[in-house]
Design a protein around this ligand. Sequence first.
Ligand SMILES: Cc1cc2nc3c(=O)[nH]c(=O)nc-3n(C[C@H](O)[C@H](O)[C@H](O)COP(=O)(O)OP(=O)(O)OC[C@H]3O[C@@H](n4cnc5c(N)ncnc54)[C@H](O)[C@@H]3O)c2cc1C
Length: 506
Amino acid sequence: MNAAGAESSGDRAPNTVDVVVVGGGNAGFCAAHAAHESGATVLLLEKATADEAGGNSFYTAGAFRLVHNGPDDALRGLIDDDITQDRWDRTDLAPYTRAEFTSDMRRLTDGRCDPAMTDILVEDSADLASWLAGRGIRWRLMYERQSYVNDERWVFSGGLAIGTVDGGKGLIAQHTAAAARTGIAIRYGAGVTGLELGETPTVRWRESDGEERSVRARSVVLAAGGFEADPARRAAHLGPGWERALVRGNPLNTGEVLDMALDAGAARHGDWSSCHSVAWDSGAPPQGGDRQLTNQLTRQSYPIGIVVNNLGERFVDEGADFRNYTYAKYGREILTQPDGRAFQLFDAKTRPLLRTEEYDSKPITSAEADDLATLADKLGIDADGLATTVREFNASIVDVPFDPAVKDGRAARVRPPKSHWAQALDAPPFYGFAVSCGVTFTFGGLHVDERAQVLDESGQPLSGLYAAGELVGGLFSGNYPGGSGLTAGAVFGRRAGRAAAEDRAR
Ligand SMILES: Cc1cc2nc3c(=O)[nH]c(=O)nc-3n(C[C@H](O)[C@H](O)[C@H](O)COP(=O)(O)OP(=O)(O)OC[C@H]3O[C@@H](n4cnc5c(N)ncnc54)[C@H](O)[C@@H]3O)c2cc1C
């Protein structure tokens, strides 16, 4: 694992290197690739063992939100998947423009996204897929997650269509293979414990066997994720109750590297009191995701059903917008319900429309019954409360055609309203899926400039220190457009790696 040109201590860990990257998720790998191709020697330190590596990025669906021009030749050239010409010809994928991406960011964060960072995210997303393809990342269109079949055409909606082959598992395997090909050194089981800045920054880490090691570098890129997997830090920053959320992804994203950067003088940025959280199978492990099922434990077809708490009461507008624009804020709504649980309900009409990889996943916390009272009993929902809710809901639906591919205006005029895709729950058998709040990642982080260099409280860059990914704050607040996390990590990771490599000349 020697980094080309790095001085080695003899047991294959270099003493000095141009660029140290802390964290081997998507952001860290993008930084490592960019630094390496800019001529730097690179050492990537990852806390997990090789078998458990890849961070939250491993658990993803691999969905990237990217500016694109629709199904033109450029996109076709990128897609590395078996799509027949017939399917391609019957794919309705509108271009996703810079203006739309910017507007989605502003709308979903209620204007709290950092404008300069948002411009970078949007602008750099346009050539990201081809840059990553050049590093071995393989792309596909996510028909099964992001489109509905309508009149024999696949219709995409919600600004998100492009993902990696084999999802997050594929993304990390492809990044890792690219690093091996180019000679980027990776040290697994290396949890970073210390950071000293100065002319030549020093990074300390603890090996799996407990031994302390260190390396000196020209510059350091921090890409060690947020603090979502630490219950105490969650409760401290997000508020009481968040210690009970289920961790969807990497159990090792515990925030200590963020704290090291703050101790070294870095400034906080963004919204430290909110996070990305979703409807997640209530039987899922609490302290971290399942490496086999990864994202299959998510339950994201709620826009075509109804969601109730254990009193049988609805509490959100399930059809307020396309799923990609509501799912990341509905986890916290579930957290505040009695017992922190909720139930997504469907019937024989809507069950065939659910995402198969999520709702046919095994094991799954669900029930099926021929009547609603029995379903309520099986799931632990108050049967009378549910009967009242469903009666009022069914009676309030505006009678216009149902179409899950567009905002169909088929509303239920009850409290809370359902703005689109309202279908009477009246066709047995009935299906219920128990969900809890699954925390994905935290929104607050470090302050970086346009080179992804970390800033101090006075807005001055900290010499030799860069950051990317979840650990950077400023982009998201309260809500989030689906697929933006991987894009943000890659965009700022690429900038961080390039800028860190330039520091060789300091
Ligand atoms: C189930 C799930 C599904 C998701 N689906 C999507 C999706 O489809 N599209 C999307 O855009 N986003 C998705 N996300 C969000 C996405 O995972 C993140 O936005 C993104 O992966 C963050 O990348 P990162 O490199 O910043 O962090 P990570 O991928 O988490 O990498 C951080 C790395 O740092 C390591 N680390 C932590 N502490 C230390 C330390 N002290 N020393 C050394 N290393 C350390 C960690 O072990 C980890 O490997 C999903 C998340 C989850 C959990």
